[in-house]
Design a binder for this molecule. Structure first.
Ligand code: SF4
Length: 246
C-alpha cells in the first residue's frame, strides 16, 4: 500500500531528529578554506574517498590557490597532482576547465545558483548542492550513494535516480534542513547502515525503518563466469560518466 506524503514527511522529520541527536555536529569531511577549494575537492571526490582527496588537495592548492592560477595550469601537471584519486585525466581536465569558466563567465567568483554551478565542467547537481549547503549556507540536498541507499531503506523513496530522490526528499523537509539531513545520512551510512552489512541491531533508526533486520547481501561467488571484459568495460563506462558529471 502506498505511503501517504504526510507520513513520509513525518518519517523524514523523525529520522532527522534522531540523527541530530546521534550526530550533533555534522560537517563536510573534505578539507577546504574557500568555495573554490571545496568545488575542486568535490570534483576530485567522484569515485574516491574523502580521506584520499584530503591527501592530494594540499599540494594542489599550494600550486594553484585560486581559480586564476588553476585556469592557467598545464593539465599534465594537474594530472600528476591528482593521479591517486583515480580517473585523474578527466578530473584534471575538469578542474582546469572549471577554473577557466569561473574566471571567464563569473568574474573569478564561484557562482551560488544551481543553474550556474551545473554548467561548470565536472559539476552535477550533487556537487552543486554540496557547494550551496556547505559554503553558501543555501538550501541544497546532495544525494550521494549513502543518501540514496538510506532513503530507500528507510522507505522515504523507491527511486534510484539521484536527482529524482533529491526532489522527493526536498518535498519532505524544510529547505534549511536539506544540507544537514544529507550530511547526517552520509555519516550514518558510513558508520552504521553499511551497503552490505547494515548494523540494524545497533541502529537508532531501527524502530521506524521498514528495512531493519533484513537479511544482509551475500557476497557474489567468484566462480560465476561472466563475459569479464565486456562487464569490466560497462562498469568503467558507468564510473567515467559519474566522474564527468558528478
Ligand atoms: S535499521 Fe538497518 S537498514 Fe534501517 S537505517 Fe538502520 S542500519 Fe539501515
Amino acid at each position: 500500500m502506498a505511503v501517504k506524503k504526510t507520513e513520509l514527511s513525518k518519517r523524514a522529520t523523525d529520522v532527522l531528529r534522531l540523527l541530530k541527536r546521534e550526530y550533533p555536529v555534522a560537517i563536510c569531511e573534505l578539507t577546504h578554506e574557500s568555495a573554490f577549494q571545496l568545488l575542486a575537492a568535490t570534483i576530485l571526490s567522484a569515485q574516491c574517498t574523502d580521506v584520499r582527496v584530503n591527501m592530494v588537495t594540499p599540494a594542489l592548492f599550494d600550486s594553484y590557490p585560486t581559480p586564476a592560477k588553476l585556469a592557467k595550469a598545464e593539465v599534465a601537471h594537474v594530472e600528476q597532482l591528482v593521479r591517486s584519486t583515480g580517473f585523474y585525466q578527466t578530473k584534471a581536465k575538469n578542474l582546469v576547465g572549471m577554473a577557466s569558466q569561473v574566471m571567464s563567465r563569473f568574474d573569478g567568483e564561484v557562482p551560488r545558483e544551481i543553474e550556474d554551478l551545473i554548467t561548470l565542467p565536472g559539476v552535477g547537481r550533487k556537487t552543486a548542492n554540496v557547494l550551496r549547503s556547505v559554503v553558501f549556507d543555501l538550501p541544497g540536498l546532495p544525494v550521494d550513494t549513502h543518501v540514496g541507499r538510506l532513503s530507500r531503506r528507510l522507505g522515504l523513496t523507491k527511486l534510484e535516480d539521484p536527482v529524482k530522490v533529491e526532489y522527493e526528499l526536498n518535498a519532505m523537509l524544510p529547505p534549511p534542513e536539506w544540507g544537514q539531513f544529507s550530511l547526517r545520512l552520509i555519516l550514518h551510512g558510513r558508520r552504521v547502515c553499511d551497503a552490505k552489512k547494515p548494523k540494524c541491531e545497533e541502529c537508532l533508526l531501527e524502530k521506524l525503518c521498514p528495512s531493519s533486520n533484513l537479511p544482509t547481501k551475500k557476497p557474489v561467488k567468484k566462480s560465476v563466469k561472466k563475459p569479464a571484459k565486456r562487464l569490466g568495460k560497462t562498469v568503467i563506462k558507468k564510473a567515467k560518466k559519474k566522474v564527468a558529471k558528478k
